[in-house]
Design a protein around this ligand. Structure first.
Ligand code: NAD
Ligand code: UDP
Length: 327
C-alpha cells in the first residue's frame, strides 16, 4: 500500500469527497492520521459513501458547491480537487455544471490552496487525450479532443483546469500537481452511474442483458480504486508537478471485460451489442513510466481480484450503498 512518502500533512481538504474516488481518499487520509474536510454538494456522490467516516472527530463534512465561493476554517496543507461529474452519463446530463466545476470550481480550489499555502492536486483525466492518436498515452501527448462533441464539456473542462493549475503555479507560486487518472473502478460506484463496470455488474447480478457498445472492440485499461488512491497520495506527498498518468497496466477490450464480469459474477446474462456513444475513444492505455520513476508507483491489484471485491460489494448492496430518498 502506498502512503504519503515525504510530507506529514495535518489537514487535507477533499472537494468531491463524497464521491467514489473522493470517499476512498478521505478514508485513506484519515487512516494516515490526517484531519479531513470533505466539500461536496451531493450532485453525483452520496452521504452513504462517507457515513462510516462521520463518527471520526477528525472528519468534517461541509455541504457546499465549489462553483460558489466558499471558506475553510484554520490551516490547510493539502487540497485535493476531485469535485466534478465523472461518468459520461453524468456529464452528458450536466454539461454546464461540468464546465463550471472544471473552470470556476478549480479556480476556487486553487484560491484556497493559495490562501492557505497548501499543496494542490488536480484530478485530471485520460479524457484530456480524447480519442488518442498516440498509443499508449504518454504525458507528453497533447490529445485529440472534439471541443464541440458531447464529451467536449468534460474533456475541455479538464484541459482548462490543467491550464489554470499550471498558471497558478507559474503566476502565484502555488505548489500544484496534476494527476491524469485512467478508468478506475471499485466499491462505492453507483450501480446506475452508466460507466461500464458498475453497469455490467448490475446487469450480470440481475440476470439482465449486458449492454456492450459498438462491436465491443474498443479498449480500456482499468485500475482498482486502492491503487488509484495510492498513486494520487504518492503524488500529493512528493514534490512533482506532473502531469502524471495513474492507470491500469492491462489493456483489454470492453467485450472481454463484460465477459470477465459475467464469469466472476457467475451470471448467465446474454451480451447485447448496443449503439456506440458519439466520440467514444477507441483505444486507451496509460504509459505509466513517469509514475513508476518519480513516485515508485505501479498498480498492484490484479483485475480478477479487483472485480471480485467490487462484485462482492455490489452483491451486498444492490442500491449501491445509497440511502434512498436522502440525497
Ligand atoms: P463521482 O461522481 O463519484 O464523484 C464526484 C464528486 O464530486 C461527487 O461526490 C459529487 O457530488 C461532487 N461534486 C460534483 N460537482 C460538485 C460541486 N460543484 N461542488 C461540490 N461537489 C461536487 O466521480 P469519481 O469517479 O469519484 O471522480 C472524482 C474525480 O476524479 C472527478 O474530478 C473525475 O473527473 C476524476 N476522475 C475519475 C476517474 C474515474 O475513473 N473514476 C477517471 C479520471 C478522472
Ligand atoms: N460501455 C459499454 N456499456 C455500458 C457502458 C459503457 O459498453 O453499459 C463502454 C463505453 O462505450 C466505452 C467503455 O465501455 O467504450 C468505457 O466506458 P465508461 O463509461 O466506463 O468510461 P469512459 O468512456 O469514460 O472511458
Amino acid at each position: 500500500m502506498h502512503d504519503l512518502p515525504h510530507r506529514p500533512f495535518r489537514h487535507a481538504v477533499v472537494t468531491g469527497g463524497a464521491g467514489f474516488l473522493g470517499s476512498h481518499l478521505c478514508e485513506r487520509l484519515l487512516h494516515q492520521g490526517v484531519e479531513v474536510t470533505c466539500l461536496d454538494n451531493f450532485l453525483t456522490g452520496t452521504r452513504a459513501n462517507i457515513a462510516h467516516l462521520m463518527p471520526d472527530a477528525r472528519f468534517r463534512l461541509d455541504h457546499c458547491d465549489v462553483t460558489e465561493p466558499f471558506r475553510v476554517r484554520g490551516p490547510v496543507d493539502l487540497v485535493l480537487h476531485f469535485a466534478s461529474p465523472a461518468s459520461p452519463a453524468d456529464y452528458l446530463r450536466l454539461p454546464i455544471h461540468t464546465l463550471k466545476a472544471g473552470g470556476i470550481g478549480t479556480m476556487h480550489a486553487l484560491d484556497l490552496a493559495r490562501d492557505k499555502g497548501a499543496r494542490f492536486v488536480l484530478a485530471s483525466t485520460s479524457e484530456v487525450y480524447g480519442d488518442p492518436l498516440e498509443h499508449p498515452q504518454r504525458e507528453s501527448y497533447w490529445g485529440n479532443v472534439n471541443p464541440v462533441g458531447p464529451r467536449g464539456v468534460y474533456d475541455e473542462a479538464k484541459r482548462f483546469a490543467e491550464a489554470l493549475t499550471t498558471a497558478y503555479r507559474a503566476t502565484h507560486g502555488v505548489d500544484t500537481a496534476i494527476v491524469r487518472i485512467f478508468n478506475s473502478y471499485g466499491p462505492r460506484m453507483r450501480p446506475d452511474d452508466g460507466r461500464a463496470i458498475p453497469t455490467f455488474i448490475r446487469q450480470a447480478l440481475a440476470g439482465d442483458p449486458i449492454t456492450v457498445t459498438g462491436d465491443g472492440g474498443q479498449t480500456r485499461s482499468v485500475c482498482y480504486v486502492d491503487d488509484t488512491v495510492g498513486g494520487v497520495l504518492a503524488l500529493a506527498g512528493g514534490g512533482h508537478s506532473g502531469p502524471v498518468n495513474i492507470g491500469g497496466a492491462e489493456e483489454m477490450t470492453i467485450l472481454d471485460l463484460a465477459l470477465l464480469v459475467r464469469e466472476i459474477a457467475g451470471s448467465r446474462s446474454p451480451v447485447r451489442l448496443v449503439d456506440s456513444p458519439v466520440d467514444d475513444p477507441r483505444r486507451r492505455r496509460p504509459d505509466t513510466t513517469r509514475a513508476r520513476e518519480t513516485l515508485g508507483w505501479a498498480p498492484e491489484v490484479p483485475l480478477s481480484q479487483g472485480l471480485r471485491r467490487t462484485i462482492a460489494w455490489f452483491r451486498e448492496r444492490p442500491s449501491g450503498g445509497r440511502i434512498l430518498g436522502e440525497d
